[in-house]
Write a protein of this length. Structure first.
Length: 201
């Protein structure tokens, strides 16, 4: 790809903001949560977060405090309209807990919002289900640059600001063509992700 060209030549993924919907239109190290589950029956789930490397692994992490020994703990996660998966957590003596998901063997769709929650059961049968958490499974393998204009956002990693401006111009032109055919009211941002090589997808 010639990044000095005034018109970008690259592979492009175009997405609506994943909340509420991710839409492919031709188509970091962490966007996780750190919230505290409401304490029930003496069990507390805190320090909730996700650390991931796109296409490689996803680490679901938390800290569990309980008045009695833990019999079992698990994390459940799902993609929108996707398969619900439940996996056992490893709980350490200090209460830190985690599960590592192998995203290289079991790929998840990129640029997808993932919802997850925890279940904990004590030796006396007491158990809780935490509140739900979520994160966007964006492609964090590259140092993305961002250019924003109104409801349109352009992301690219190979090229200078002039290249980003050129992609923005192409994106605006494309949206105008879409609006001419199908008048729509855009209420959430539209994201364009530009890849310089098919091997990077």
């Amino acid at each position: 790809m010639n990044i000095s060209s005034t018109k970008p030549s690259a592979l492009v993924r175009v997405l609506r903001n994943p909340r509420p919907i991710l839409v492919l239109l031709g188509l970091m190290i962490l966007f996780g949560s750190a919230r505290q589950a409401r304490a029930q029956s003496g069990i507390e789930i805190t320090d909730v977060r996700v650390e991931y490397r796109s296409g490689e692994q996803i680490n679901f992490l938390a800290r569990i405090r309980s008045p009695l020994p833990i019999q079992s703990a698990a994390v459940t996660f799902r993609e929108p309209d996707g398969l619900v998966q439940t996996r056992p957590l490893t709980v350490n003596p200090d209460g830190s807990a985690g599960y590592r998901y192998d995203a290289s063997l079991n790929a998840l769709a990129p640029f997808t919002p993932i919802v997850y929650w925890f279940n904990v059961t004590l030796t006396d049968g007491t158990g809780i289900e935490s509140e739900t958490y979520d994160f966007n499974y964006d492609d964090n393998r590259f140092p993305w640059q961002v250019n924003e204009d109104g409801m349109l956002r352009v992301h690219w990693y190979d090229g200078d600001s002039a290249f980003g401006d050129a992609v923005m111009d192409v994106g605006k032109s494309g949206l105008q063509s879409v609006y001419a055919l199908i008048p729509i009211d855009v209420t959430t941002p539209i994201d364009i992700w530009v890849y310089s090589d098919a091997a990077d997808l």
